[in-house]
Each structure stands twice: as C-alpha cells, then as structure tokens.
Design a binder for this molecule. Structure first.
Ligand code: NDP
Length: 513
C-alpha cells in the first residue's frame, strides 16, 4: 500500500536534516499515484552525500509503460488536442508559478537525490520555471502559412500539428532542468508525455508531475514511469509513442536510436561531450582560469558541456597548469546543502567507482597529475561519494583521458602552438557538443568559433545557458536542438493542406498540378 505522498513531503519540508524521511512512490499515471503491476524489485532512492537510502521507487515493466502511454494517448485525443493554444499557455504559466513558489523544496529534493549543490539546483528550478513560461508564450503563436501555388484553383496552407504521445527520457545529473527543455515545448505544441527519469534521480520528476494536477491540466497530460534502462526501452518500443527525446550517455543513445529505427520514429538525442576549452596566450588569463574551473568543476564535472579538455597555448601553458593545480587543490568539498561548499559528491556509486577508475588509468598512462586523489594537502570529506578535483597536465589528445567522457571533476590540460593546431586538436574527437575560446582578439574568436565542430560555442565565458538559445550537439554528441524556437519545432510536424476551390470536377486521368 502506498503512503500518502503529501504527508511524506510535509515531513520532508519540516525536518530537512532528518534521516527518517521517506519517499516511497508508485508511478504517476492519469494524475494519480498508482502501484506498479510489475513484480520487478523496487529501486532505492539514495542520498549520495549521506549514502543513506531515503525511499524507493517502482520499476515499471512493459505493462505499466502501456498504461502510461494509453493515458497520454487518451488525453491527446479527448482533452489536450481540443485545448486552445491560449489555454495551454495559461496552464503552463500557472505551472511555472507553482514551481517558482516551491523552488526551494524542489531544489532540496534534487540535491538530496543527486548530490548537486543546493545553490545550483535552486538555479535550475528557476530555470525550469522560466522554460515553462517561455514556451507558454509560444503556445498560441504556432501557425503555418498560406502558400500561393501555380494553380490558382488550389488553396494551399501548412499547419503545425503535435505528434501525439512523446517519450521523454532524462539522466540523473539535472533531472528538472533537462526535463523542462523537453516537456515545456512538447506541451506547448499540444503533445502529451510519458517521462522516464533516471533510476538514480527520479524524485523531483515524480513530485513535479503532481503540480500538473494542481495547475488544472487534464489528466494524462504528463505521466511518469520509473525504472532502469529496460523501462526506457519499453517506452521507446511502444507503438503509440510518436516521438522520442533522450538525454543521456552515448551507449543508451545508440540503443534508443536503433530501437526507434525499427519503428521509424523521430528522435532527438542529447548525448555526451569531451568539450575543448581553448585558452590563447593573449587572453585575460585570470578570467580564463576562472572559466576553466567553472567549465570542469561546477557540478563536479557531471555535466554534458563540461570543458574537460583544456587546450592552452604554449607560452602560458605552465603558468595556467600551476594556477589550476593550486586552485583545484583548494576547492571546498562537503555538504551540498551548505552555501560555502564548492563541490558536492558525485551522484551515485557506479559513477563514483567509474571516475576513480579513469583517474587511475590516466595516472598509469603518462599524464602528470597536479591535483587529485593522493596529492598532498588535498582532502575530501570522510564520507559521501566524493572525488577530489583532479587536473592532469602533459596530456596528449590520443590518451584515453582526452578521448573518453569522464563525467566527473577531471580536467585534461593539453598544450598547443598556434590557432591551426588548437582547432585540429579541438575537432579531433568523436564528440561535438560545446567549445570555449579565450582571447582578446575578437576576430580570432569569431574565426575559431566558425571552425569548431560543435553545437555550442562560448567566447570569453563558459557554461552560460538560456531558454532562448538553441542547445545540442554534433557528431557523437547527438542531433536535434532543445530550447528556443528550434526546441519547439522538435515537437511539431508540418502538415500541408490543399483545397480545390473549383466548382466543376476534373477528368480523373488529367495530370493535376
Ligand atoms: P544513461 O544513458 O545511462 O541514461 C539516461 C536515461 O536513459 C536514463 O533514464 C536511463 O535509465 C535511460 N536508459 C538507459 N538505457 C536505455 C535504453 N536502452 N532505452 C531507453 N532508455 C534507456 O545516462 P546517465 O543517466 O548515466 O547520464 C549521464 C550521461 O548523460 C552522460 O554520459 C552525459 O554525457 C549525458 N548527458 C548529456 C546531456 C546533453 O544534453 N547532451 C545532458 C546531461 C547528461 P536508467 O539510468 O534508469 O538506467
């Protein structure tokens, strides 16, 4: 029997430091919390800082996924498709108000679930609310165009239609922010959704789904199925799912694409990165070092846009390496809820083990560690899934540490001689998500940006995100864009309509143009 979620959350809000809080949840289908039919074992909800379990979620199987998809399908057919764009926008604005009003509570829940700093999760809740508002503004401005044809008898126009049921699959690092990139435009466009959050961070998504009921959306507009990869696969394979958006790792992305190919369903993929952050010798070096630190150590490097390859021009290479090592060794790690903590734990035990393994490998592979595990004077808290901020110097681009995504606080610093070499190294990667350029020469900034094979470029800054600016990757970092007008397009399909205005009929065998 499921306990009352509202009761549990009241406990949570009133005793934020309590270890006895409990988050045991079912699935969220048709505006109700529902026990899973699946007999698969429940998944633990963990706190990566205390390493304590504070709840569990159901592991949905194909029959549960079917219920969720049918709920979304019914909502598309009976309610959401007849809701005007104006009304969709009003509901999305109301949702944003509810989220904003409870941003602190959601931020705390997310921090407890994935270890990200509270100050960052709070910013992400505000970002998510902003995203629902941004797409609320689009909801009643989705229109096609009238197209004058050669044949004046025919009236031709285009209409942007929603796909129907969309499957939204999210990872553990930023569940609410990444979900808002997908769900806000999907709903504004008139789709209904089934969301599959990560097994490691499902809490805020389950909690957030309740706000749709409170805001007055029709039942079934958003449904949440929890579980691991197989749950996601069942969703991707469901015949009523008409569009898939996936954010996650490359292995998962490849599988989703293969499965979607079997049914020829359109997919948006936001995958990993090994992003080059390029420092030219003429840069403002103090800003560049800050940008490098923000690029890799913010969120403990658990971000797809992490500037994990720092390319530094030779004349300033040693100076930058020394400064980075010094600053990394001083990073304060600890309770992610505390405002003076600079880096929290990593999000889950498998990821923790994986990062430490990759650091050991890099050490054995010839890179010079100037900050990281075992470096004198650098410590991490005694408990919690912590990884020390790690900097490797003298990295070559063919080393594993320069090629594989770590998804943790590990920076590889590579030297280069000139602009051409910087671009060659930067583009010599299977990934193409983001890139940074630090220079005082604005012409060089533009020139280099134009030659980088990546979806997002920052010049003299790093990791700035905005709801208006399209975001996404090239090469193995994925395809399709989220945010901005491009993000809305991803959830619309164009229908062309022709109307014959003639009063008499044609010979059926005439050539019709
Ligand atoms: P995963 O790819 O492991 O998982 C992402 C989501 O997909 C999870 O909900 C996961 O379920 C689910 N999933 C796994 N296998 C399948 C499958 N075969 N079919 C359908 N769904 C599946 O990524 P992580 O959660 O480990 O997240 C970290 C990765 O995400 C990093 O590699 C990072 O680069 C990438 N990422 C990319 C971003 C971008 O915008 N480009 C942003 C953030 C992260 P479960 O986890 O429960 O098994």
């Amino acid at each position: 029997m499921l306990k009352s979620s509202r009761y549990e959350l009241r406990i949570l809000a009133n005793s934020s430091r309590s270890n006895t809080m409990n988050f045991d949840r079912g699935l969220w289908i048709g505006h109700e919390e529902i026990a899973a039919q699946s007999t698969l074992p429940r998944l633990p909800v963990m706190n990566p800082y205390t390493q304590e379990q504070w709840g569990s979620v159901a592991q949905a199987d194909a029959s549960d996924v079917d219920r969720a998809v049918l709920s979304a399908q019914q909502c598309v057919e009976t309610a959401w498709s007849t809701t005007s764009g104006y009304q969709r926008g009003r509901l999305l604005n109301r949702l944003a108000d509810l989220l904003d009003a409870q941003a602190e509570r959601f931020a705390e829940l997310e921090t407890r679930n994935n270890g990200k700093l509270y100050k960052e999760t709070l910013t992400q809740m505000r970002f998510a609310a902003r995203s629902y508002r941004y797409y609320a503004g689009y909801a009643d401005k989705i229109h096609g165009e009238y197209l004058p044809l050669d044949n004046p008898r025919i009236v031709d126009f285009t209409v942007y239609r929603p796909f129907g049921v969309v499957a939204l699959i999210t990872p553990w690092n930023s569940p609410m922010a990444i979900l808002s990139n997908k769900l806000a435009p999907a709903l504004a466009a008139g789709n209904c959704a089934v969301v599959k959050p990560s097994e490691f961070a499902p809490v805020t998504t389950l909690e957030f789904a309740q706000l749709f009921k409170e805001a007055g959306f029709p039942a079934g507009v958003v449904n949440v199925v929890t579980g691991a990869g197989d749950t996601g696969a069942a969703l991707v394979n469901h015949p009523k799912v008409r569009k898939i958006s996936f954010t996650g790792g490359n292995a998962g992305g490849r599988k989703v694409m293969e499965q979607a190919a079997q049914r020829q369903v359109p997919v948006t993929l936001e995958l990993g990165g090994k992003s080059p952050n390029i420092v030219f010798a003429d840069a403002d070096l103090s800003r560049a070092v800050n940008g490098a630190i923000a690029g890799i150590f913010a969120a403990g490097g658990q971000t797809c846009i992490a500037g994990s390859r720092l390319l530094v021009q030779r004349p300033v290479y040693e100076q930058i390496v020394d400064e980075l090592g010094r600053r990394a060794r001083l990073i304060r790690q600890g309770d992610p809820m505390q405002p003076d903590t600079q880096m929290g734990p990593v999000a889950n035990a498998p990821q923790h083990a994986r990062i430490l393994g990759l650091i050991e490998q890099a050490r054995g592979g010839g890179a010079r560690m100037v900050a990281g595990p075992g470096i004198e004077g650098q410590t991490v808290p005694g408990r919690g899934l912590f990884v020390p901020a790690t900097v490797f110097a003298d990295v070559r681009n063919d080393m594993d540490i320069a090629r594989h995504e770590v998804f943790g606080p590990v920076l590889a610093v590579l030297p280069f001689e000139d602009e051409d070499e910087a671009i060659r190294i930067a583009n010599d990667s299977e990934f193409g998500l983001a890139g940074g350029i630090w220079t005082r020469d604005i012409a060089r900034g533009h020139r280099v940006a134009g030659r980088l094979e990546c979806g997002n470029v920052w010049i003299n800054t790093y990791r700035v995100g905005a709801v208006q600016a399209p975001f996404g990757g090239r090469k193995a970092s994925g395809f399709g864009r989220e945010r901005g007008s491009e993000g809305l397009r991803a959830y619309l399909t164009v229908q062309n309509v022709m109307v014959d205005t003639a009063e008499t009929d044609d010979d059926p065998f005439s050539i019709r143009t």
